[in-house]
Design a protein around this ligand. Structure first.
Ligand SMILES: *Cc1c(COP(=O)(O)O)cnc(C)c1O
Length: 401
């Protein structure tokens, strides 16, 4: 059986060219980049090259790139480091109700530490009301944190417009750009971003490596204490091979984005059209246009996303359900809740996220296998052909507006 992987928003395989660049740094070039001898020097150059490659992809200066261990670390650092550094100025953060848990749970932690957090609601298509964002700013606001692209729906937020608002009110602006980097053009200058986050494993590099953009002059309280690595921004011996791979992955993303993404989008669009046409009572989640080219999130009324995934898995198809992060619980995903997706539909939300290795045959296979799976699951569902559809009010919206 052929395995089909359509879960690129969860993680991506390391690109072969990336692995090739990484390997010598586990054995031959094993030095500690902080050492002054030959072994250290050989490695230091490679890290600085990677820094340039990351900087080129997001249009910043290499000195503004700080290597981290993952996207979650970047989000934690951005939020906690800002709150601590700007505590004289204020304690109010504005974010959205659809952020990744790395932002949302950090905000909840910061609330317990005395911060005030505004969680902006989204509309039914998962988009923000920028007037509401602007209206939420007070003289105590120290940070706006809005993701560049949503991991569940693929929705792309108007980061340049938000950056302009942040500049107008002189509020620091952080964006969780993990899903956007390498998939759509990201220009931190143009968007007036102060802080941005990259995760290696979401763009063809290894797990356990990431980077942050920290605009020059941005005051941050250090998050990892210890050695003097990364201009005192982040202590810890560098994950050299991981960093080298991240640099290479950024270089490849830059070279191939224009070519890869239209092809991936074409596959996504064909999958989307095929599903919407061949299966009744399917709902597209997210904004029909303003979405990452690789992401498709659909709900199949009356059935659980988890059962679709299990049935997919038996056919070798890897996708994801909206509730992946909360699996084990019966609550639908916070993103679907925030969008006020009917609770029955929210439970059946299924995400396909495509990447460079997907083919037309993958799409054909899914379009062949999916309708009978949905039909069979619906026939087994007590909700199917009944009036038992629950209303949105039963969907426990955990974030206040
Ligand atoms: C995956 C992801 C993260 C976390 O990145 P890790 O490197 O896995 O810690 C943060 N934000 C978004 C939007 C993500 O998709």
């Amino acid at each position: 059986m052929k395995n089909i992987y359509m879960d690129y928003n969860a993680t991506t395989p390391v690109r072969p060219e990336v692995l090739e660049e990484m390997l010598p740094f586990y054995t031959q070039h094993f030095g500690n980049p902080s050492s002054v001898h030959w072994a250290g020097r050989a490695v230091k150059g490679a890290i600085e090259k990677a820094r340039e490659q990351v900087a080129a992809l997001i249009n910043c200066s290499p000195a503004e790139v700080v290597f981290t261990s993952c996207g979650s670390e970047g989000d934690n650092f951005a939020l906690k480091g800002t709150v601590d550094a700007l505590k004289e100025k204020g304690n109010h953060i504005i974010t959205t109700s659809v952020e990744h848990p790395a932002v949302l749970e950090t905000c909840e932690y910061l609330e317990k530490q005395g911060c005030e957090v505004t969680y902006l609601p989204v509309d039914k298509e998962g988009m923000l009301d920028l007037a509401a964002l602007e209206a939420a700013i007070t003289d105590r606001t120290i940070l706006i944190s809005v993701m560049w692209a949503n991991n569940e729906t693929g929705n792309i937020f108007p980061i340049e417009e938000i950056g302009a608002i942040a500049r107008k009110y002189k509020v620091r602006f952080h964006t969780d750009s993990v899903q956007a980097i390498g998939r759509i053009p990201v220009d931190v200058q143009k968007a007036n971003v102060d802080l941005a986050v990259i995760s290696g494993h979401k763009l063809g590099a290894a797990k356990g490596v990431g980077a942050m953009y920290i605009r020059r002059g941005t005051r941050m309280t250090q998050f990892m204490h210890g050695g003097h690595q990364e201009r005192h921004r982040r202590a810890g011996t560098h994950n050299v091979a991981g960093i080298v791979g991240l640099g290479k992955a950024c270089e490849i993303a830059m070279q191939r984005m224009d070519e890869d993404m239209p092809r991936i989008q074409q596959l996504r669009d064909r999958l989307e059209k095929g599903i919407l046409e061949s299966i009744p009572e399917v709902k597209l989640n997210g904004h029909p246009q303003r979405r990452l080219p690789n992401t498709l999130n659909v709900s199949f009324a009356y059935i659980e996303g988890e059962s679709i995934l299990l049935n997919f898995d038996m056919k070798g198809i890897a996708a994801s359900s909206g509730s992946a992060c909360t699996s084990g619980s019966l609550e639908p995903s916070h993103v679907m809740c925030a969008m006020c997706v009917d609770v029955v539909l929210a439970h059946s939300s299924t995400r396909f996220s495509l990447g460079p290795d997907n083919s037309d045959e993958d799409v054909d296979f899914i379009l062949r296998e999916l309708p009978p799976i949905v039909q069979r699951l619906r026939e087994m569902s007590p909700l199917y052909n009944s009036d038992a559809r629950m209303s949105c009010s039963q969907c426990k919206v955990v974030r206040r507006a």
